[in-house]
Design a protein around this ligand. Structure first.
Ligand code: ZN
Ligand code: ZN
Length: 382
């Protein structure tokens, strides 16, 4: 049981780190940018060199299946870890630890249970409602709604999606996992097995904020619970007998921790899980609230950064050539190119700060979209 707990903990740690790294811009300088480039570019290349093409091929198929197909593995993992964690935490805590603890009461069981039920319900909603799938029937509505965002740099007017055979509305993207075009595409989320876009962004944000709060509360409650055990058992004053010298010594911090671990291993494992997930989800929630205030999406932040990198490289390349240019014609041609690039850079979508409340209102005023509506639309066409 303890080994299984450690395995789940490690999986969560790796999963949470990968999930955070996916959101980091690979072009950004600093530690997180370096980590992103290492995990997604350097590491696969090194594995390829070490293992050879055959083993790397199997590794690639596994990665492709896990990240680029719609499978229910992560959803099943969520149900086991979230619901199992809740049941162990509160039933174990309720019957054994909370009642006799000076710092925790059954009010905590009630508060924790309400938060858990709301969180599980938010997961169900995030999985149920669709992101704003663009079909031939609703294509024009989406094109009109986002027409002011066409900048002819990142979002080209009248650009077609060759798979869906529709005109791409600005801010939309074709998801290669779901194989549909999604309005105001944010990212494809493996936890909810679908894209996050215009219509379900509110459910996704609710899902991550509620889970961040649940994990943070779980960690805080766990600390109080452990502190209660230390105080109740008077562990600070505990004495131990040295097996070699026979002397009676005051128990050190490491001995107190070992004692707590041996008696409450599963409970402490759950607290560590809450801390890891709490920190990851709180950072992720703040990141999404920041984007809501800026009226932008994860996809647009990535695109903007790629374009800015391209513009910078092109500008410095042309400026260098300008210095070496000899004839008037050459200078004119390069200057025109430079002007063109600068005008493109100015036209590129830039994040407009609309404020968090206006942003939240905009996100929460979106109507719901269910599968049924899309099927009905498609049927009408046939
Ligand atoms: Zn498409
Ligand atoms: Zn998708």
């Amino acid at each position: 049981m303890l080994y299984l707990a450690i395995l789940i903990l490690l999986l969560l740690l790796v999963g949470a780190s990968l999930y955070l790294l996916v959101c980091v811009d690979p072009n950004s300088p600093g530690f997180l940018g370096d980590m992103n480039r290492f995990v997604f570019f350097t590491l696969p290349e090194t594995i390829k060199k070490i293992c050879g093409d055959k083993i790397f091929g199997v590794f690639k198929i596994g990665i492709k299946y896990f990240f680029f197909t719609n499978h229910p593995i992560v959803q099943i993992f969520y149900v086991i870890v979230a619901m199992g964690g809740y049941l162990i935490y509160f039933f174990f805590g309720c019957f054994t630890l909370f009642g006799n603890n000076p710092f925790v009461s059954h009010v905590d069981t009630v508060i924790g249970s309400i938060m858990a039920i709301l969180s599980f319900y938010s997961f169900f909603q995030a999985c149920k409602y669709r992101p704003g799938i663009i079909t031939k029937e609703n294509n024009q509505e989406y094109v009109k709604e986002f027409k002011e965002y066409y900048d002819n740099v990142v979002y080209l007017k009248d650009n077609q999606c060759s798979t869906c055979n529709i005109i791409k509305p600005a801010r939309s993207k074709h998801c290669r996992v779901c194989n549909v075009c999604v309005s105001k595409f944010d990212h494809h989320c493996v936890w909810i097995k679908q894209c996050v876009g215009q219509k379900n962004y509110k459910y996704f944000v609710k899902f991550i904020i509620l889970h961040a709060m649940l994990c943070d509360y779980g960690a805080y409650l766990g600390f109080r619970c452990i502190w209660g055990i230390i105080v109740k058992e008077n562990l600070f004053e505990a004495k131990i007998k040295d097996p070699y010298t026979g002397q009676t010594l005051k128990a050190s911090w490491s001995i107190i921790i070992m004692h707590l671990l041996s008696k409450n291993s599963i409970f402490i494992f759950l607290i560590i899980m809450c801390i890891i997930m709490g920190i990851s989800l709180t950072c992720f929630s703040i990141y999404h609230l920041y984007m809501i205030g800026k009226d932008t999406t994860s996809n647009e932040r990535m695109k903007r950064s790629e374009f800015l990198k391209f513009f910078q490289e092109e500008t410095s390349r042309i400026e260098k050539s300008l210095k070496d240019a000899k004839t008037q014609e050459e200078i004119k041609e390069l200057s025109d190119k430079l002007e063109k690039i600068k005008s493109c850079k100015n036209r590129t979508i830039s994040a407009k700060s609309i404020g968090i409340w206006k942003g939240l209102k905009q996100v929460y005023n979106q109507p719901d979209e269910l599968d049924q509506k899309i099927k009905i639309n498609n049927k009408k066409k046939q």
